[in-house]
Design a protein around this ligand. Structure first.
Ligand code: DGT
Ligand code: CA
Ligand code: CA
Ligand code: ZN
Length: 591
């Protein structure tokens, strides 16, 4: 049962998170050990749950004590160490540590010196100016924290959960519910099904013969911190991480109406209901029905309901009340570019990068298994202190790629690429000739995230002017729910991207989803090109291409602007044209 792998991953993640608080150090040996082990378990090709402790230790990245904890979880059902950490650092304290700017050391001091155990406590302590005289804080940090707290409250940042946390949890919850006897269907709906960057809560809709079984299952899940409502067909719980989950059981024949209603968005639902009313019908979570007689018009599937309303089916990610109903009426819903439609992946690391996990051959085979024609291997370039790769090692990799290519023949074409670092002033790694020798390059911001808007924009623009840069990676460097985006003049960046024909990456890593929806929407109607990528650091992460596809579709990108949705000929023509145009300099520089 692959669910147990996820159980292990969850445990290691929680251990890492709580150990950060315990040791007041995000980079401690133990924290890194848990994180490395988590990656190793997630990426291990076999059935991890069937391995003995001794076999577990043989997996690179899993140490002795971690292996013991994995077996403890599998054999006993819980881990003593984790239980102890949970008792010491309850969810309220964890929430405190998630406020931007509040590190684990600050949390430890706030607890010790002021007895602050929750966000509410911190707010009170700030109001009473108790931090002013506290060692390690002072008036300045009091001001900063007040601002951070205010921002959290205003934007609801901390109340909302990033998709990187919500999606794996939701997938696991519905998989668990589907295994219950009598369950016909279970799906997550709400903002998560619409692939929103953050979610307020999870909405799970289930069709089942015995609702009580589902209610009992949900209320007693291991991830549940408390049950806030429990009825015959609806249960709401809050997870340890503070995410609310609403689970509703509906009759099988009304599944379509329920999924439609609970997927939303609210604005989309309202427009649909108006459309129903105009036809003398009502639409709610039970059915599309005649207003006078109550006779059901459609309810079993979403498709039937849209068809009855004389609309083309509207994919969930587009249901944001942003003009999609007009498009559906005109049968003009744009085509979706899925992971099966792209030419290949153009941002992929191997274990040569410090943070990569799978060897070259495995990544290439993974790409072939996904039907890709092209694969760009793009290690971190040398200026990245922790994980960068020097020129010699890259030259050896180039030979390795040539040999592998010869062996594989025409089954896939491997491009030797690189992920350059955009320096503080826009300078790039290596020298011009070496950069130009790569088959594909992206340039990304990894450091100096705090620069002011002008300086930040200038460095990105300068990187775009470099003849060797095909694409800008994860433009904003944000981590959804963690790190805010860098401050950029997006308008100027989009202009430069169009002018220099430099593509912008749509990075499918869930913490990133970068460029953001906002940037894609701002690019609408401009000649800006995009490339969908996984930014995989191990084989299983190649599947993040699917996230990039959904995110791009939601952002309104169509195939004509997605470079890797084109055929090979057009792709290489774009690259050649772009590199030549920029090498000539002239036009770009003057503009
Ligand atoms: P979230 O949870 O804030 O990320 O966003 P949603 O869209 O998941 O919103 P949520 O959980 O409050 O409700 C789930 C869906 O239920 C929502 O997308 C549409 C539907 N819904 C909720 N309240 C209303 C309402 O007052 N009117 C209508 N028409 N639909 C509603
Ligand atoms: Ca929701
Ligand atoms: Ca909800
Ligand atoms: Zn990367």
């Amino acid at each position: 049962m692959s669910d147990r792998r996820q159980d292990i991953v969850d445990m290691l993640e929680e251990l890492a998170e709580l150990t950060v608080l315990e040791e007041a150090d995000p980079q401690s040996f133990r924290v890194r050990a848990y994180e490395t082990a988590k990656q190793a378990v997630a990426g291990h090709p076999g059935d991890v749950a069937s391995l003995t402790e001794r076999e577990l230790v043989k997996i690179a990245g899993i140490g002795k004590s971690t292996a013991a904890k994995i077996r403890e979880l599998l054999d006993v059902g819980k881990v003593e160490k984790l239980e102890a950490l949970r008792a010491k650092h309850p969810p309220d304290v964890l929430a405190l540590s998630r406020i931007p700017g509040v590190g684990p050391k600050a949390v430890a001091r706030l607890r010790k010196e002021l007895g602050v155990q929750s966000v509410a406590d911190l707010k009170a302590a700030l109001a009473a100016h108790k931090l002013r005289d506290l060692k390690g804080f002072g008036a300045k940090s009091e001001e900063k924290l007040s601002a951070a707290l205010e921002r959290v409250e205003r934007t609801g940042t901390n109340a909302r959960t990033p998709i990187s946390v919500a999606l794996p949890l939701a997938e696991r919850l519905v998989a668990g519910i589907r295994e219950l006897p009598g369950v016909h269907a279970a799906d997550y709906c709400g903002s998560l099904r619409r692939f929103s960057e953050t979610v307020g809560d999870l909405d799970i809709v289930v069709a089942a013969a015995e609702p009580e079984r589902v209610m009992e299952h949900v209320a007693t899940l291991g991830v549940v911190d408390r049950v806030i409502a429990r009825g015959e067909t609806k249960t709401s719980v809050v997870t340890r991480r503070g995410l609310q989950v609403d689970v509703r059981v509906v009759p099988r024949e009304a599944l379509g109406a329920a999924r439609l209603y609970f997927t939303g968005s609210k604005g989309h639902n309202i427009k649909l209901r108006q459309r129903a009313l105009a036809r003398g019908w009502t639409l709610n979570e039970y059915a599309l029905a005649e207003q006078d007689t109550g006779k059901v018009v459609a309810r079993e599937t979403e498709e039937e309901i849209y068809a009855a309303l004389d609309l083309a089916f509207i994919p969930p990610v587009l249901r944001e009340d942003m003009g999609e109903i007009d498009l559906a009426e005109k049968r003009a819903i744009p085509a979706f570019t899925g992971a099966g439609d792209v030419l290949g992946d153009f941002h992929v690391h191997t274990d040569l990068s410090g943070d990569g996990r799978s060897p070259l051959r495995d990544m290439v085979e993974g790409a072939m298994a996904r039907g890709y024609r092209l694969l760009a291997i793009t290690e971190h370039a040398e200026d990245l202190a922790l994980n960068g790769v020097g020129r010699d090692a890259l030259e050896r990799q180039r030979d390795e790629i040539r040999a592998l290519q010869a062996e594989l023949g025409g089954r896939i074409r491997i491009l030797h690429g690189v992920e350059l670092n955009i320096g503080k002033g826009g300078e790039l790694d290596y020298d011009e000739a070496f950069r130009a020798s790569f088959d594909y390059t992206l340039a990304s911001i990894h450091e100096h995230l705090d620069l002011g808007r002008d300086a930040q924009t200038a460095r990105v623009l300068r990187a775009m002017e470099d003849p060797s840069v095909d694409m800008i990676g994860h433009l904003s460097a944000r981590m959804i729910g963690g790190r805010p985006p860098v401050d950029l003049d997006v308008d100027a960046v989009l202009d430069a991207a169009a002018r220099t024909k430099t593509a912008l990456e749509v990075n499918g890593g869930l913490p990133r989803l970068d460029v953001s929806l906002d940037v894609m929407r701002q690019a609408h109607g401009r000649d800006v090109l995009f490339v969908l990528t996984s930014d995989a650091h191990q084989v299983s992460e190649l599947d993040r291409m699917a996230h990039a596809c959904l995110h791009a579709y939601k952002g309104g990108l169509t195939a004509d602007r997605i470079v890797n949705a084109w055929d090979e000929e057009r792709f290489f023509a774009w690259q050649k044209d772009r590199r030549a145009g920029k090498a000539r300099g002239g036009r770009a520089k003057r503009a």
